[in-house]
Write a protein that binds this ligand. Structure first.
Ligand code: B1M
Length: 221
């Protein structure tokens, strides 16, 4: 088990997507995140353990980037490797109840292109029994408002990964609350906090996908 975990962490960290990927040159002809994930799942390594291994790889490259030891291109290839693993985990994450408990609109806020965490949250909420309407990344306030208007009774989730786009989140939450006062707004993402959530008038801050599902289950109970 440990061997798979270490290999996945390394592939995400170094951005090795597939065996045929030419990057990074020092991993030429080695299996990438894609092949290792398939093999690991066949050998009963849990999806959760693979996910944790990816997060560790992402944290390592994120730390290198903040210390100026890596470039944006490294973040891009690491994201590619993590997405390769997530594609294989999707069926496990989404294998929730077939009957849907409610609708959930989700998106990453305007100006922010980070969508891996948002995609993960969307998968886990789908698995938790909700119909998820995923608006993607860099979502304008108007796009959120339109989707909420088309899906009466839904809850909404906003993700932000940059301190700069927390302002977009603030703006979107305020306008959503103004236009649809009864709607529950959930927020998340690395720079976001409980304090920020109260400041901008959102209903709930979730540090991860699982607490988001717990919250949705609580509000429909
Ligand atoms: Co960017 N980036 N990035 N990046 N990137 C960070 C976020 C950064 C912390 C790196 C660093 O400096 N250490 C830093 C932000 C600094 C800051 O603002 N404080 C940063 C920067 C600066 C930038 C650029 C500005 C770099 C540049 O161009 N100079 C640029 C901005 C582009 C833009 O958005 N306009 C940029 C670009 C990119 C890529 C496009 C190359 C790529 C994203 C690819 C993609 O998403 N498709 C990328 C990546 C990969 C990262 C890091 C390395 C990894 C992010 C990630 O996917 N993590 C990141 C450093 C890091 O986080 N270690 C970094 C894995 C993911 C599963 O976790 O998204 O946190 P996360 O989601 C978690 C929770 O936060 C939570 O649940 C998830 C699962 O536990 N969660 C929610 C998230 N959303 C939620 C919503 C909820 C509930 C929970 O309810 C609705």
């Amino acid at each position: 088990m440990q061997e798979y975990i270490e290999k996945i962490t390394m592939c995400v960290y170094k951005g090795k997507v597939k065996r045929t990927s030419v990057f990074p040159p020092d991993m030429k002809d080695q299996d990438g995140a894609d092949e290792i994930a398939v093999d690991a799942l066949k050998n009963n390594i849990s999806p959760k353990a693979l996910l944790d291994a990816c997060m560790l790889g992402m944290d390592k490259i994120g730390k290198d980037f903040s210390e100026h030891k890596a470039f944006v291109t490294n973040l891009v290839v690491s994201a590619g490797a993590m997405n390769a693993v997530l594609r294989h985990l999707k069926p496990y994450m989404e294998s929730g109840e077939v009957q849907r408990k409610g609708k959930f609109v989700i998106g990453t806020v305007a100006g922010d292109l980070h969508d891996i965490g948002k995609n993960l949250v969307a998968m886990i909420i789908t698995g938790g029994g909700y119909e998820v309407i995923d608006l993607g990344a860099d979502v304008s306030t108007q796009k959120f408002l339109d989707a909420i208007g088309k899906n009466p009774g839904c809850s909404v989730g906003l993700s932000a990964l940059l301190t700069t786009t927390m302002q977009s989140m603030d703006k979107s939450v305020k306008l959503i609350k103004q236009s649809f006062p009864g709607i529950k707004v959930l927020i998340g993402g690395a720079p976001v906090s409980h304090n920020f959530c109260s400041q901008i008038g959102a209903d709930f801050y979730s540090p991860n996908a699982y607490e988001a599902v717990d919250y949705l289950n609580k509000i429909i109970a």
